[in-house]
Design a protein around this ligand. Sequence first.
Ligand code: PMT
Length: 222
Amino acid sequence: HPPSLFAGKKILITAGPTREALDPVRYISNHSSGKMGYAIAEAAQKMGAEVTLVSGPVSISPPANIELISVISAQEMHDAVMAHIQTQDIFIGCAAVADFRLTDIPTHKVKKKAGLLTLSFEQNPDILKTVAALSNPPFTLGFAAETHDVEAYAKGKLERKKLNMIAANDVSSSDLGFNSDRNALTVITKNNTISLPAASKYALAIELLKLLNNEYSANQNN
Ligand code: PMT
């Protein structure tokens, strides 16, 4: 891959799942392994960028020569991103962030009892949307994991969250997307839709970053 495409550029990437506590010993989460975000972090670093990786709990090793910030919950991920975003040129939201958290987290382990257990949830902050709404935002690339109508939903997110680019991920097939070593993406910008066919997450990260660089450079010249 082109070694100096991102020379002098700072890129912040979120990766992995978040965990939302249900009590001191339980949580809800999702199937994100962090592989896609970590592959992007590794490729961006090798392409010359200074990379900050804000990661939820994963079991894979971080790439070399990047700054890793480990977090657990969506709120922690939000706070870590916001603490570092001002100096970034590019933000890539690859994490599968929990949309909701428990309204009140019990301080003691919840005991088994007869009948139904009802839990109440409130919304987590939308990290990507918050970053894109900054007064001087970095270039933003979001992801959209969908099981159906992938392109239409992704396009909606691109416009609603005011992003520069979105990578739509069809997660309806089990051999691509979440947790797998391979993925396929449909990359959508205001004027273009480009399909990146199934490949290893690292190979895909390189192709995605090349597209991002084209779009980023065109943006800088405007
Ligand atoms: O980690 P892997 O196993 O390799 O799998 C990769 C992946 C499938 C998780 C990844 O490619 C992917 O698609 N990530 C986004 C998953 C997702 O949660 O999408 P979403 O449609 O819910 O969110 C849309 C965008 O908003 C994403 O960029 C997400 O990071 C961001 N978001 C969402 C909610 C929130 N509270 N804050 C956010 O920043």
